[in-house]
Design a protein. Structure first.
Length: 271
């Protein structure tokens, strides 16, 4: 923080990107500022404040739910669209962020820009097959959320590119979903584990299944064997045993594995 020399306050994405890409400024994007203030590299000399950019809308577009990267947790929690999508899981997840003060400031773009074990949205977006639209020096780039943290991306959002919006595909609108943050208290950022479960059913058959897990590592991961058990129509106790085994293999430890598989069983019994 002591090395900050300039504060840029652009009102267009073009201006913002120009500052970011001009090596002279050594700029870093700042959205809500809740995380960047704690993790600012010494090399950064310019704060690039994104507050004035038109990147906050939450809207329906071609049947998809599109969330602007500048939307705060509170705006997502209160959004009618987010409250109605996939049983309201996106709004419910936003409401689990530790405190109202943070929810008022923290944005979804800032939440996903860097991998972080305890951040809420990565595990939800992974489970909802979300896509992310970035603005780079070569123009707009649309990627699957699951590719955001791969080295193959070749970008460092916030330093050489901007996250513009998150696109939740139309197919997920009616999915039955649940997000769980298993933590000591509701106001903890840290959690033992975060879980996202979803299923789509046709008659008695599960036709879509997603199980994603956060808090065990900076990047959330899916549990493919457990999803296969759901699609195969395994009874809840058997599918939960598969989940517990996958978590053990991921070194979750006994408490997390057994608690998470019980929560998964409860989800299966509710759908
Ligand atoms: C006390 C406290 C409690 C917290 N509790 C929780 C919690 O319960 N759950 C949770 O998930 N998180 C929590 N957080 C973490 C943090 O607040 C969130 O991750 C938040 O979403 C960060 O968003 P921001 O807008 O404040 O990002 P900033 O701090 O402004 O930026 C964070 C990073 O994202 C980059 N960035 C921001 N916007 C963009 C963009 N549009 N494009 C490219 N890069 C961008 C920045 O360059 C920076 O690297 C907590 C933090 C604190 C300090």
């Amino acid at each position: 923080m002591k090395n900050i020399k300039y504060y840029a306050y652009p009102s267009t994405v073009k201006e913002a990107l120009a500052v970011l890409l001009n090596k002279k400024y050594k700029a870093m994007a700042l959205a809500g500022g809740t995380l960047v203030a704690k993790t600012l590299p010494d090399t950064v000399e310019t704060y690039l404040d994104l507050k004035n950019l038109p990147i906050k809308d939450i809207k329906l577009q071609a049947g998809n739910l599109v969330i602007g990267s500048g939307a705060t947790f509170d705006e997502i929690d209160r959004s009618k669209l987010c409250r109605s999508w996939a049983g309201g899981v996106i709004a419910a997840a936003a409401a689990k962020c530790s405190s109202q003060l943070i929810r008022n400031m923290a944005t979804i773009g800032g939440n996903i820009a860097r991998p972080h074990s305890f951040n809420i949205f990565p595990v939800v977006l992974l489970g909802l097959d979300a896509r992310v639209r970035l603005q780079t020096k070569k123009g707009a780039k649309l990627i699957d959320f699951q590719d955001l943290y791969t080295s193959g991306l070749g970008l460092r959002p916030g330093l050489d590119s901007l996250i513009m919006e998150i696109i939740i595909p139309a197919k997920t609108r009616k999915w039955k979903c649940e997000f769980i943050k298993l933590a000591k208290t509701d106001s903890s950022w840290e959690s033992y584990i975060t879980l996202f479960f979803s299923a789509e059913k046709k008659g008695k058959s599960v036709t879509q299944a997603r199980v994603s897990v956060g808090a065990l590592s900076p990047r959330p991961f899916r549990a493919p064997e457990t999803e296969r058990a759901m699609l195969a129509g395994d009874e809840a106790p058997a599918a939960a045993a598969v989940f517990a085994a996958e978590l053990e293999a991921a070194k979750a430890g006994e408490y997390r594995s057994s608690a998470a598989s019980s929560l998964f069983k409860r989800f299966l019994n509710s759908i």
